[in-house]
Design a binder for this molecule. Structure first.
Ligand SMILES: NC(=O)c1ccc[n+]([C@@H]2O[C@H](COP(=O)([O-])OP(=O)(O)OC[C@H]3O[C@@H](n4cnc5c(N)ncnc54)[C@H](O)[C@@H]3O)[C@@H](O)[C@H]2O)c1
Ligand SMILES: [Zn+2]
Length: 356
């Protein structure tokens, strides 16, 4: 069954379609609807799926070995030149089939090539299906940090086929699941309770359960994106609330220099437990709910600690976070499961005390 979510921002209108086992049909449709004026960028790990399209080799496509490394100026230059050499015009549609790294890079390319060509995203990791392909943020990394260069640029269509997850390594599946749980914790207690009951089926690739989790998760992200597309609000509707768990999470990832020690999902899982601990110690979150969150993480093998998390360096990195304003640390905290808010002006000393 197809599930459809329409997104209407101030300037753009597009839809997100979720349908299991639909990808062949959808790709054929894209090709025939656009007079073959399409360039496909495809993650090497899902190329087999593209190969099943009849006469796929007559299409313009580029197969890419994807990791965080492709989100660089160097790769941007190489790839845009390859695309230009294939011949494009303002009507060309760029179709990105891959995880969040390819999606982020493709979004930046689409928004800058010929000052903007149309983009269709086909996310193939759980993380990309529930998070990075939604909301129009893209970006590349520099030596000064992650995602420091990029634009806000909405795709024309997002196609989600949960069937891609069949080949996704378990650790990557868990990484995406962390963002699903995050959405439930910040916005929807019933969804959290539902996940508590259904997560095992999700990890066993029950596509009905996965589709529902993806659908609910996107609806939550949509709420924040629509109210605060460019992340300018400073209240509980702020898009920054989606960064729950990310202050610590990003600091851990930076500490480990984005190596394989922690996936993004693992890093933010630890970050979510830190933020929940602070919320509990500041008497915003009840002990009962704090334990409920912690147990869910333990039961689903989401990490809740890392032996470097009290390292001085981690706190130094947190102080440099681009979300801080005027030297004060901003945190997303919880009043309840399903009710997150932005807490400004926390000082570092109290954070150290609150998490120990
Ligand atoms: N733009 C946003 O709003 C936003 C939000 C969250 C995260 N992100 C970005 O997303 C990126 C992480 O995305 P990711 O976790 O998808 O990483 P990724 O793109 O590196 O994919 C992870 C790995 O899975 C492989 N893969 C992809 N699909 C597969 C499949 N179906 N089967 C088997 N293997 C597959 C990839 O080749 C890669 O090796 C980060 O760069 C992060 O900054 C962006
Ligand atoms: Zn994240």
């Amino acid at each position: 069954m197809i599930k459809k979510i329409n997104i209407l921002t101030k300037e753009d209108k597009y839809s997100i379609e979720i349908e299991t086992n639909s990808i062949k049909k959808k790709i054929k449709h894209i090709i025939s609807n656009n007079n073959n004026n399409v360039i496909f960028l495809i993650d090497k790990n899902v190329f087999n799926v593209f190969k099943k399209i009849k006469n796929y080799n007559k299409q313009k496509y580029i197969c890419i070995s994807c990791s965080e490394k492709i989100k660089s100026f160097n790769f941007y230059t190489k790839l845009t030149q390859k695309i230009l050499s294939k011949g494009i015009d303002r009507k060309t549609i760029l179709v990105a089939i891959g995880g969040g790294t390819l999606g982020d890079l493709s979004g930046f390319i689409a928004s800058t090539l010929l000052r903007g060509i149309d983009l269709i995203l086909i996310p193939t990791t759980l993380l990309a299906q529930v998070d990075s392909s939604i909301g129009g943020k893209n970006g590349i990394n520099t030596i000064f940090g992650k995602n420091l260069i990029g634009t806000f640029y909405q795709p024309k269509l997002v196609i989600i086929d949960p069937y891609f997850l069949k080949t996704l390594p378990k650790r990557e599946l868990l990484s995406g699941y962390a963002e699903i749980v995050k959405h439930s914790i910040i916005y929807d207690e019933n969804f959290f309770n539902w996940l508590d009951k259904n997560s095992k089926n999700l990890f066993n690739l029950n596509y009905k359960v996965i589709s529902r989790a993806i659908y609910k998760s996107i609806l939550i992200k949509k709420q924040y994106v629509l109210k605060d597309e460019k992340e300018r609000l400073k209240n509980r509707h702020s898009r920054a609330v989606l960064n729950f768990g990310h202050t610590f999470g990003h600091a851990l990832e930076t500490y480990y220099k984005y190596n394989k020690k922690l996936t993004h999902g693992e890093a933010i899982s630890i970050g979510m437990i830190m933020a929940s601990t602070i919320s509990y110690n500041l008497n915003y979150l009840s002990y009962k709910n704090f334990i409920k969150i912690k147990n869910h993480f333990i039961n689903n093998k989401l990490p809740i600690m890392d032996n470097k998390m009290y390292d001085e360096k981690i706190f130094k990195i947190i102080c440099k976070d681009k979300k801080n304003i005027d030297g004060k640390i901003n945190f997303v905290l919880l009043k309840n499961i399903g009710n997150a808010f932005l807490k400004n002006n926390i000082n570092l000393k109290s954070i150290k005390k609150l998490i120990k």
